[in-house]
Design a protein around this ligand. Structure first.
Ligand code: ADP
Ligand code: NI
Length: 211
């Protein structure tokens, strides 16, 4: 590993007060599944692990700032003397992996594609459902309102400002992710998680309509 226990502890601290689905366990799950995908896809596991560890430390939802400068990631990598070449590869990845509706980017490196897939897999399935409702609750969003329709055509700014219900978030993002997977390994895992969410929605509407 190109990083230490101390770096992991510093990252853990950043997510200490997050109760909206971006707590440090999210980062740990992304690291684990990213490493698994990296091995199968032949990506550099050290870059993948470090980029996974740092992928959310500059997220606008946590810092409240635009993430172009990737300030936290750079500070941390400098503190632990991470090689400059590695730093460049990592910042390149974390700047591009986030979902931005119609403005979503695909990272240019295989390592970036792997981390993007891993991050998205954690937004799917049972954990994805739990995270979505945790996020919605933390932002005072309604769980569901049948009168508010999903907006399927947003640019990056509109997506960030969008105040939506959590059920709408499934249509605006979560159900789109399976077909946006970059790697075959990611896609294969996404199939089952995507189906689980579709089954959940079906049951949700059934109960909502009292049948
Ligand atoms: P990315 O990881 O692509 O940057 P985000 O950080 O925006 O994506 O979202 C991560 C997770 O946060 C989503 O998968 C979802 O669980 C939750 N989330 C983000 N926006 C919403 C929302 N409007 N409603 C419910 N959950 C959301
Ligand atoms: Ni993430």
């Amino acid at each position: 590993m190109v990083f230490s226990r101390e770096l992991m502890d510093d990252v853990k601290e950043i997510f200490e007060n997050d109760y909206g689905g971006h707590d440090f366990f999210h980062t740990l799950r992304v690291m684990r599944i990213a490493k698994y995908i990296a091995k199968i896809e032949g990506a550099d596991t050290e870059i993948v692990e470090l980029a996974s560890l740092l992928h959310d430390v500059d997220d606008y939802k946590i810092t409240g700032k635009n993430m172009d400068s990737v300030e936290n990631a750079c500070k941390l990598m400098n503190k632990y003397n991470i090689d400059k070449q590695v730093q460049l590869q990592v910042t390149d990845i974390i700047k591009t992996i986030s979902f931005k509706a119609n403005d979503t980017e695909i990272p240019s490196s295989l390592e970036g594609k792997v981390v993007q897939d891993a991050d998205r897999l954690d937004a799917l399935g049972a954990i994805g459902i739990a995270r979505a409702f945790a996020y919605g609750g933390s932002r005072d969003n309604l769980m569901y309102n049948p009168n508010i329709k999903p907006n399927l055509n947003m640019n990056s700014d509109e997506y960030v400002k969008n105040k939506t219900t959590t059920i709408n978030h499934f249509y605006e993002k979560l159900l789109l992710l399976k077909d946006m997977m970059n790697t075959g390994t990611g896609y294969n895992i996404a199939i089952k998680r995507d189906q689980f969410m579709r089954d959940f929605l079906e049951e949700f509407y059934r109960e909502w309509n009292n049948i």
